[in-house]
Design a protein around this ligand. Structure first.
Ligand SMILES: NC(=O)c1ccc[n+]([C@@H]2O[C@H](COP(=O)([O-])OP(=O)(O)OC[C@H]3O[C@@H](n4cnc5c(N)ncnc54)[C@H](OP(=O)(O)O)[C@@H]3O)[C@@H](O)[C@H]2O)c1
Length: 234
């Protein structure tokens, strides 16, 4: 029987690449995000591999929508907590509502998804959860305080979930990529013009597939993805 994975933020960028790579590796999928037309495009690309892909729109700032998403999704073998966004300002310019919305989606939304997944995986005998944090979850960067705090928090959540999941055969990991060539990096680094040498969304998807290939006897806390041919730390 095929395994089933739920991927948040599957409408574009890294999440869409993860969905495609998991489809290629035989996973049935639940794809979520807010943009249904973009989710449809990801679904079409995934179904080429002969797997089933369900799509459910959900705003991860809504506890009710997350609860409904997991109720519709049923039993899961894998959750990829990928959705996230940033608003990039110097600390003195950050608006409180921007700060709160970033924590709401990137931390609270990810926590609620992780909590739902741990509950269902505990009942079904185990599973795997992969949280997409960031190099910004490890290191500080100018203009990224709100986003960086959310990604540090996601790493903190991962560390506790790793410990709590052990007894229930739930393996939890984080991936902390440096800058990945998606819409988000264009917003956060408007000074950059060449994205071709950057980490590609497919590189992050490969790391997800690697983690999924590990036997349940092995734990990996975090994969840090960086460009090799660069002195830059992101
Ligand atoms: N790009 C980078 O340099 C980089 C580096 C390290 C880590 N990351 C992390 O990787 C993840 C994916 O980023 P990306 O670069 O692929 O960004 P992206 O292209 O902007 O995609 C972000 C995804 O998150 C979803 N999303 C945003 N807000 C949401 C909400 N309120 N409810 C539900 N879904 C929401 C979006 O879906 P809808 O618009 O359809 O809702 C979209 O699918 C993020 O967590 C990001 O922090 C990115």
């Amino acid at each position: 029987m095929k395994k089933k994975a739920l991927i948040t933020g599957a409408s574009r960028g890294i999440g869409s690449a993860i969905a495609e790579k998991l489809a290629e590796n035989g996973y049935n999928l639940v794809l979520t995000g807010r943009d249904l037309s973009m989710l449809e495009k990801t679904k079409t690309r995934c179904e080429v591999y002969g797997v089933q892909a369900e799509i459910y729109a959900a705003d991860l700032s809504s506890e009710a929508e997350i609860a409904e998403l997991f109720q519709k999704s049923g039993t899961l073998d894998l959750l990829v907590n990928n959705a996230g966004f940033g608003i990039f300002d110097a600390i003195e310019d950050i608006k409180l509502e921007d700060w709160q919305q970033i924590q709401k989606v990137n931390v609270e939304g990810a926590f609620l998804c992780l909590r739902e997944a741990m509950r269902t995986m505990k009942k079904s005998g185990g599973g795997r959860i992969i949280n997409i944090s960031s190099v910004v979850g490890v290191k500080g960067y100018p203009n990224q305080a709100a986003y960086g705090a959310s990604k540090h928090a996601l790493l903190g959540l991962t560390k506790t979930a790793i410990e709590e999941g052990k007894e229930d055969n739930i393996r939890v990991h984080a991936i902390c990529p440096g800058g990945v060539a998606t819409e988000m990096v264009k917003q956060s680094r408007p000074d950059l013009t060449d994205f071709s040498a950057m980490i590609q969304p497919e590189d992050v998807a490969d790391a997800v597939v690697y983690l999924c290939s590990l036997p349940p006897t092995i734990t990996v806390d975090c994969i840090h993805l960086r460009r090799a041919a660069s002195a830059q730390t992101w």
